[in-house]
Design a protein around this ligand. Structure first.
Ligand SMILES: [Zn+2]
Length: 275
């Protein structure tokens, strides 16, 4: 690999850092073949029956869909659970986990992804906040209580690929009504959240971070970009990893690495003993 000054400078920042925050979004999972559904053509290709009905991803990812198009709404998530199970976290996740446990005094992962790949790859449970929830946990559709629970079963529902309709839905453990993914969906007032993860993240933020690694964030969901800016105001340096140069519009960091996530972590990791 040719030496790249930008990657070397970023590696130096990571090497010097004592407290690090990893802010991961869709581009982190894309290298593990997890579709983002922002690419509409890909979405329609995977779900032809939804095209006939004009049901877009944001329509299905909503409590409205679970009340009015239940078979399609669960089909969408059942398909995604199967896809996530068939694929697996790439090497970049393992590198982040190793850095978290061996390199830093303290480090944390704040992810907008719902595929559960940080936890599945072995990230310590108290070091992750899945801010939009996880497809591997369920809650009551009517939020009859604040409970949520893990369910790793694949398949979870029956799924007809012809009609893209699910059946035999999971039920709420308490009221026996319909259960839904423990995910913050569109127009969602009933997501019960994850207080323990929230508190762990707030505890981490009690002290400033030296370095913030922003990975695969899309301008469409800039949650992580704004967290990066807040920490920059408190002295953190931002490293932004994204193959799309337009993705640096919010963070505007000089440490912008126009790379896919897996490649970026492999290259950074290989440099840590040299810089
Ligand atoms: Zn219930």
């Amino acid at each position: 690999m040719n030496p790249d000054p930008a990657v070397e400078k970023a590696a130096k920042l990571i090497k010097k850092a004592r407290r690090a925050l990893f802010l991961t979004s869709a581009g982190m999972s894309a290298d593990s073949n997890i579709p983002t559904f922002r690419d509409k053509d890909g979405y329609w290709r995977n779900f032809p029956p939804f095209r006939e009905k004009g049901l877009e991803a944001q329509d299905l990812a909503s409590p409205w869909a679970f009340r009015n198009e239940l078979a399609h709404a669960w089909a969408f998530y059942e398909w995604r659970r199967r896809n996530a199970r068939e694929n697996r976290p790439h090497e970049g996740y393992e590198i982040v986990n190793r850095w978290i446990t061996e390199r830093f005094e303290a480090a944390f992962v704040h992810t907008t992804n719902t595929d559960g790949y940080h936890l599945r790859s072995g990230c310590p449970e108290d070091r992750v906040r899945e801010v939009h929830g996880s497809m591997w946990r369920l809650q009551c559709l009517d939020a009859c209580c604040g409970d949520f629970w893990e369910d790793l079963a694949v398949p979870l529902c029956r799924l007809s690929y012809d009609t893209m309709e699910a059946s035999e839905f999971p039920l709420c453990r308490r009221c026996k009504g319909i259960a839904r993914p423990h995910i913050l969906m569109f127009g969602d007032a009933e997501y019960v959240g994850h207080r323990w993860q929230d508190e762990n993240f707030l505890n981490f933020l009690q002290k400033p971070a030296d370095v913030v690694v922003l990975v695969g964030s899309s301008g469409a969901v800039p949650t992580n970009d704004y967290i990066a800016l807040q920490l920059q105001e408190r002295g953190a340096r931002i490293i932004n990893i994204n193959p799309d140069p337009a993705a640096n519009a919010i963070a505007r960091t000089e440490h912008f690495l126009p790379l896919k996530s897996q490649e970026a972590f492999i290259r950074l990791d290989s440099l840590l003993d040299e810089v």
